[in-house]
Design a protein around this ligand. Structure first.
Ligand SMILES: *Cc1c(COP(=O)(O)O)cnc(C)c1O
Length: 488
């Protein structure tokens, strides 16, 4: 079946998957969703026989229907290869009673690699299919993980350039070191004086600056986005929900066909939304448990029906979840309401007053973990089992323990693990023992090696000793001139 994509807000233009991937966001400001969510056309029992690539092909071909088999297999094989430090790509690991789906075995040791390893190939193929001859310039504002994963994904990809802006003082030391040492002739990284919102707003302004876009088009460039509003980032994330399920069957923890829960540490709602799509496609899922940190807008929304960003923004130890506007929730609102008009009304209310009310169904549950809960979770699991979680995964672990207590729901559960503990080593060590409080962030890597008895991931080994390539610091008012200068 051929699946077309349309805007969540009612734009009448329906386009193919590859066109949606090039465009990123609809002209009316809505996000692209499939006209209908396809059902799997293979027997669920078969999934234990597929490796990651085969499963990716079986799932993606149902959604990205205008890609040929050759095109899709080329994208998949180019993405999920030795860049990952295990041939399993996304292994399911048991520690104590908990099952962790480890999504951090790619090049930037966070789950963003699962989609950003393949997006450049999907985009390049899409450009070719649709006769886009301009060079594609990826503009990205990042609070840490997306920027590095996008840089790694697009580095030296022919026909593309990537420019990343990060807040000068708003990312962790390891995250910053990862970005400023980035190699690749087509990569460019600049620090912005200001916070993440400043960087994001300045970049968004460029996407809607028609005069500037026309100027650059005449020079042979078009802009595109690598953030999670792009359907090309969402679709690849559906795959690992099926893959996790297959591994749980293989491990003898469940029988094929049994229902499972997934607990997902959530920020922009992209990861957990992919789980919802997997369920709609036919994966036996009972509950999707949305885990938040202290910025618990989603917990409040799911439990009360009121979404309200008029609150203090809290800087936590799980920075990739420090977010108040979860963009991908818009897609869920559309799917549940079935109405573009309703979705637009809610999104207008959000941009005007910062709040709206809407009751979602009981397919979702929600819990949250404070900073203290997060540290406690890391500490107790480490003490019991020796397994070390990162701070984001710990938010999910802690939230799941609360869910177990309040719900009495004993459905087997998978915790989606989104980052290597090495990426947040300083805070992880602090959770394990007070004596590590104030440790140097790079020294922390060596210490965590001793504590966790796992190897320091290759991508961040000696990262503080690498050559710093990107040193530019600019004012946010200079972003446009900076981009112009880079493309001349
Ligand atoms: C991005 C990120 C998240 C949040 O994922 P969303 O798809 O934005 O909900 C959680 N943990 C880590 C480590 C991340 O990088």
């Amino acid at each position: 079946m051929n699946i077309m994509f349309k805007s969540t807000r009612g734009d009448k233009n329906h386009i193919t998957a590859s066109q949606a991937i090039v465009k990123g966001i609809a002209d009316d400001g809505g996000l692209y969703v499939p006209e209908s969510i396809p059902k799997i056309d293979f027997d669920l029992g078969e999934i234990t026989h597929f490796d990651y690539r085969e499963l990716a092909y079986r799932v993606l071909r149902l959604i990205l229907t205008d890609y040929t088999e050759n095109e899709l297999r080329y994208c998949i094989n180019s993405a999920y290869d030795e860049k990952f430090d295990t041939p399993l790509i996304a292994p399911l690991v048991k520690a104590g009673k908990a099952n962790f789906l480890e999504l951090f075995h790619g090049r930037t040791i966070a789950f963003k690699d699962m989609a950003l390893s393949i997006l450049p190939y999907l985009l390049k193929t899409a450009a070719k299919k649709n006769g886009v001859t301009e060079e594609i310039v990826i503009l990205t504002a990042t609070s840490g993980d997306t920027g590095k994963a996008a840089l790694e994904g697009f580095a030296d990809v022919e026909g593309t350039r990537i420019i990343v802006f990060y807040p000068e003082d708003g990312v962790s030391d390891v995250q910053k070191a990862q970005m400023v040492t980035q190699k690749g002739a087509n990569t460019c990284v600049a620090a912005i004086k200001g916070n993440f919102d400043d960087a994001q707003t300045a970049v968004k302004k460029i996407f809607t600056d028609n005069e500037f876009k026309a100027e650059l088009k005449s020079k042979g460039f078009v802009f595109s986005s690598a953030n999670s509003i792009n359907i090309g980032r969402l679709a690849p994330q559906i795959v690992y929900y099926f893959y996790a399920y297959a591994q749980l069957v293989d491990a003898g923890e469940i029988k094929m066909g049994d229902k499972v829960n997934f607990t997902v540490p959530t920020g922009n709602f992209g990861n957990i939304l992919a789980g919802y799509y997997a369920k709609q496609m036919g994966l036996p899922v009972n509950k999707l448990i949305c885990a938040s940190n202290d910025n618990k807008v989603l917990f409040d929304f799911i439990t009360t029906g009121d979404y309200d960003i008029n609150r203090e923004f809290i800087v936590t130890v799980s920075p990739s979840m420090d977010i108040l506007i979860s963009s991908n929730l818009e897609r869920l609102l559309y799917h549940i309401s079935g109405s573009e008009a309703k979705t637009k009304e809610l999104m207008d209310a959000l941009s005007n007053g910062g709040k709206y009310s809407f009751k979602i169904n009981d397919e979702f549950a929600a819990e949250y973990a404070t900073i203290e809960d997060t540290f406690d979770a890391i500490n107790s699991l480490y003490t019991e089992t020796g397994y070390v979680m990162d701070t984001h995964t710990a938010v999910a672990y802690s939230s799941y323990q609360k869910y177990l207590k309040t719900s009495q729901d004993n459905t087997p559960n998978i915790i989606v693990s989104t980052a290597s503990p090495y990426k947040f080593a300083k805070d992880v060590l602090r959770a394990i023992d007070d004596k590590y409080d104030g440790i140097n962030p790079f020294e922390a890597l060596e210490v965590l090696y001793d504590v966790s008895e796992t190897l320091i991931p290759e991508p961040i080994k000696d990262i503080d000793k690498r050559e710093i390539i990107h040193k530019t610091v600019i004012d946010r008012a200079e972003i446009k001139d900076f981009v112009r200068g880079k493309l001349n």
